[in-house]
Design a protein around this ligand. Structure first.
Ligand SMILES: [Zn+2]
Ligand SMILES: [Zn+2]
Length: 140
């Protein structure tokens, strides 16, 4: 089991936080990544989680949504990214990131760059993307 921080790629002796990211670039294509954070770099994850937690996502009323990065109105389209975060000694946290296309693309590029791609496990069975934030509870 690798114990490298995804931010600085150094081997860590302490416990790492882990985050699992998933999104659908195409309706039937699921992309999943894992990132890990040492305690020094956990802020990179925490700031996203905290922002998402304070940003209500209403999966039934997306026309009321705004991008959690820039506040842009998302009535013209939105991008969801699911995150499951596991921090040592803390209960698992599941959040859904709601972004405009630009900000979804930039955060995904960052995760793609630093993280480790996971194999698709369930996409062939589940088919269409899950539209409910509750689905992320079952996808990790
Ligand atoms: Zn680190
Ligand atoms: Zn935005």
């Amino acid at each position: 089991m690798s114990k490298r921080c995804s931010v600085d790629h150094k081997l860590e002796t302490g416990k790492l936080a882990a985050a699992y990211w998933a999104w659908y670039p195409e309706p039937d294509v699921r992309v999943a990544y894992k990132t890990a954070y040492c305690v020094k770099h956990a802020d990179a994850l925490l700031s996203i989680i905290k922002k998402a937690a304070g940003h209500a996502v209403d999966s039934d009323l997306h026309d009321d949504g705004t991008c959690m990065a820039c506040g842009e109105d998302l009535s013209g389209g939105y991008e969801l990214t699911w995150v499951n975060a596991y921090m040592p000694g803390i209960e698992a946290i599941a959040v859904t990131l709601e972004h405009c296309y630009t900000h979804a693309t930039s955060i995904r590029a960052e995760i793609t760059e630093m993280g480790e791609r996971l194999k698709d496990r369930d996409v062939s069975k589940s088919g269409a993307p899950a539209s409910s934030p509750w689905a992320s509870l079952f996808s990790a």
